[in-house]
Design a protein around this ligand. Structure first.
Ligand code: SF4
Ligand code: SF4
Length: 403
């Protein structure tokens, strides 16, 4: 099934400049990966003649979209590759590993009430070996712990119907905040409430679809896109100013990919989705800035690939610069290598760590108090591969609130 409603003809615009190839993190560590130009526009022309031209090495693309940032001709290289993998790839047959890694909301729901047991078991050597051998999930990979109580349950118990603010936004919390890091959702509400903005949850939400797309479940990803779009529409109709997300990848999917997946252009609600730092910097600019106390920390900022693609890094940096006392160092722009579920697979683990190595080195050399980043899987990768603790920009801002 095609991921996007209209077939992507952007490959016709390729100028053959090779700018994309110099920016591909996979090509820089894997000599057997042909690179974005050959896998994307060049390969697509051939695949349209015959699927026999499919190069199996396509599977090594992480979907980081760095090639698209470099492209002067707006070729949707990463999307062309993702579509080709699903349409022609031999690995399309149902695989339990791909299912488990991509159905994040189902996995989260299944751990409800059993989080301490699941967390303990997934750390054991026996479980790691079994997952490695039976499922192909690399035994060196660490799983993020599940929270004992979901963010949604916390919200229902503590806040639902209790927030009275003249202005309201809706929050697409995503799977990671709901099942793994409710603290980030709580910090988000704390910051927005300090700016006199109430936070409502969408009536219902499903996984944004990023892991589903990466693992070839395009039909399910589209169904989730339809479901979430309906929820966003309802929220806007009920008076929310916009929908915010604290995940740079979920926000990119909701705002940039959904309209192309669903084939909607005019009057779609996706433009009402804002990544949180974009929303906050706009508010600060308009004079709605909470009192902030000095946070005397030295932090390194890592820019996630999907935030670079959406042009959102400047909003996060500008927000962090508002925090008094913060010593902010922007790390050199290197992909961390995990690419969502990519780095969990045993055939990708070494590539994933090799890509991330220059970043890990910078982090260890920098002697920072924290690393700040907007992406949950970058957080997993950096915390697993370095001695650093990783914090979201909004959680840092919540620490600075003078309350
Ligand atoms: S999406 Fe990333 S890994 Fe894939 S071809 Fe582009 S730069 Fe390379
Ligand atoms: S950067 Fe764009 S235009 Fe240049 S080779 Fe790559 S896909 Fe083609």
């Amino acid at each position: 099934m095609n991921l996007f409603k209209d077939s992507d003809r952007s490959f016709d615009s390729c100028l053959k400049c090779t700018a994309c190839s110099s920016r591909c993190p996979v090509a820089s560590v894997r000599p057997d990966f042909p690179g974005p130009k050959q896998c994307g526009p060049d390969g697509e022309r051939l695949r349209l003649k015959s699927p026999d031209f499919l190069d199996e090495a396509l599977k090594y693309c992480t979907g980081c979209k760095r090639c698209e940032v470099a492209c002067p001709s707006d070729v949707h290289i990463s999307d062309i590759i993702a579509d080709a993998k699903a349409r022609y790839g031999k690995g399309n047959k149902f695989k339990i590993r791909e299912f488990l890694l991509s159905h994040t909301d189902l996995m989260g729901t299944m751990t409800r009430g059993t989080a301490p047991i699941v967390n303990a078991v997934t750390k054991t050597k026996t479980a790691k070996v079994v997952m490695h051998k039976a499922l192909g999930i690399d035994q060196r990979r660490q799983f993020p712990p599940y929270a004992h109580k979901s963010f949604r349950s916390w919200y229902k118990a503590e806040l639902e119907d209790k927030q009275v603010f003249a202005r309201n936004v809706s929050y697409f919390h995503g799977c990671f905040v709901n099942y793994n890091l409710p603290e980030l959702g709580i910090d988000t509400i704390k910051v927005l409430n300090a700016m006199n903005i109430g936070v409502q949850l969408l009536k219902k939400e499903k996984c944004c679809g990023v892991p589903l797309v990466a693992n070839g479940f395009h039909k399910k990803a589209k169904a989730n896109a339809r479901f979430n779009t309906d929820s966003i529409e309802q929220a806007i109709d009920s008076g929310s100013e916009c929908v915010i997300s604290t995940s740079s990848s979920c926000a990119f999917m909701l705002r940039e990919d959904y309209p192309r997946m669903l084939g909607e252009t005019e009057g779609n609600p996706h433009q009402q989705v804002n990544y949180i730092t974009r929303f906050l910097t706009q508010e600060f600019k308009n004079g709605n800035k909470p009192e902030l106390k000095p946070v005397n920390l030295r932090v390194g900022y890592h820019s996630p690939c999907h935030l670079i693609r959406s042009g959102g890094v400047l909003h996060t940096l500008s927000l962090l610069r508002e925090i008094p006392g913060l010593q902010l160092h922007q790390l050199e722009s290197n992909c961390c290598g995990i690419a969502g579920t990519y780095g969990f697979k045993k055939e990708n683990y070494n590539t994933s760590q090799d890509i991330g190595e220059p970043l890990f080195h910078q982090i260890e050399e920098g002697e920072f108090d924290y690393i700040v980043t907007d992406c949950e899987t970058c957080k997993m990768q950096i915390e697993m591969s370095t001695s650093a603790e990783v914090i979201h920009p909004v959680s840092l801002l919540a620490r600075a609130l003078d309350v």
